[in-house]
Design a protein around this ligand. Structure first.
Ligand SMILES: Nc1nc2c(ncn2[C@@H]2O[C@H](COP(=O)(O)OP(=O)(O)OP(=O)(O)O)[C@@H](O)[C@H]2O)c(=O)[nH]1
Ligand SMILES: [Mg+2]
Length: 303
């Protein structure tokens, strides 16, 4: 008997996993959000904004693409958190059908080369050359493509702008034939495997990356202490974790102004993402050495 409620597609339909990898700050999370059409992964001008693997799902008439956003891969192992992030990248690469290696237009440097070397020979790797909106002279692209093609055997090379959404349909059409023919793994209206609780913590962390100075965001993390829904109202209690008391004072700011700004911006984003009113309370707590503490990292959801 046929179950009409399931999502089993006709034979010939495709579904698979695609990892989005690259050095920090090349636009991986911006690309994921653009592809999915919603903000599910946080972004900022600073490197190493993403700390977790985040799935974003795109379903069209013939295929289901399960994109896996990953932390930017970096060579310096500062903290235990950094090595956990690198491990997340390596595990994600193992588990997917296709890899998109994202680079910035007109440069393929040592850091990109290091990521390229991690990629297994047997898997299709598509090179996405991002931020082409910044290119004043598009004629420079062709020689760049020719030079970069010598770096490794790419299944395809596609210039894109994640921010403006340029050539993303081309990217999907290039990925499609590499996906296995199989039943869809998610419902066709699902966009992520991550919970509202996770996204709430991430949206607060995004504000820390965007509103604090150059160094401080790397000493912070965010945890949701409580998340309840009463009628249409979500009540969310969040703690920002910092490393030192002096950092707590900076996050709170003069008369609490900085913390108020962080909370207001995060709440507005949550209301947009969740489609309902949010009551948000944010505390700041000091936990020295959390980024090197295995137990703290576990509590914070990193390992
Ligand atoms: N001009 C331009 N900027 C972009 C584009 N895509 C991303 N950016 C910017 O690049 C910066 C980094 O973007 P992210 O998406 O956070 O980069 P990421 O690769 O996920 O970074 P990590 O998570 O830190 O590894 C942000 O300031 C984005 O707005 C693009 O197509 N054009
Ligand atoms: Mg990112």
């Amino acid at each position: 008997m046929t179950d009409l409620t399931d999502h089993t597609p006709d034979p010939g339909y495709r579904c698979g996993y695609i990892a989005i990898v690259g050095r920090p700050n090349v636009g991986k999370s911006t690309l994921l959000n653009r592809l999915v059409g919603q903000k599910i992964s946080i972004t900022s001008k600073k490197s190493q904004t993403t700390r977790h693997r985040i799935n974003g799902i795109v379903t069209d008439a013939q295929s289901q693409f399960i994109f896996v956003d990953t932390p930017g891969f970096q060579a310096q192992h500062g903290s235990r958190l950094n090595s956990v992030m690198n491990r997340t990248v390596l595990q994600s690469i193992e588990q997917v059908d296709v890899v998109i290696l994202v680079i910035e237009a007109m440069r393929f440097d040592e850091r990109d080369r290091r990521v390229a070397k991690l990629l297994p020979k047997g898997k299709p790797v598509i090179l996405a050359i991002n931020k082409i909106d910044r290119l004043a002279d598009k004629s420079a692209l062709l020689p760049f493509l020719e030079k970069t093609a010598r770096e490794r055997d790419f299944a395809a090379m596609i210039p894109i702008s994640a921010e403006q959404g340029t050539q993303l349909q081309d990217l999907l059409d290039t990925i499609r034939p590499h996906l296995p023919q199989q039943t869809w793994l998610f419902g066709d209206d699902e966009v992520t495997d991550r919970s509202e609780r996770f996204l709430a913590a991430e949206l607060v962390r995004e504000k820390l990356f965007r509103l604090l100075g150059e160094e401080l965001p790397y000493s912070t993390s965010v945890i949701v202490d409580q998340f309840t829904t009463e009628g249409g109202l979500r009540k969310i209690y969040v703690s920002i974790i910092v490393d030192k008391p002096s950092q707590k004072a900076i996050v709170i700011g003069h008369n609490g102004e900085k913390l108020k700004l962080i909370a207001t911006k995060a709440r507005k984003d949550m209301e947009e993402s969740f489609g309902g009113k949010v009551f948000l309370t944010v505390w700041v707590k000091v936990k020295s050495g959390w980024a090197d503490d295995a137990r703290a990292l576990k509590t914070l959801g990193y390992e």
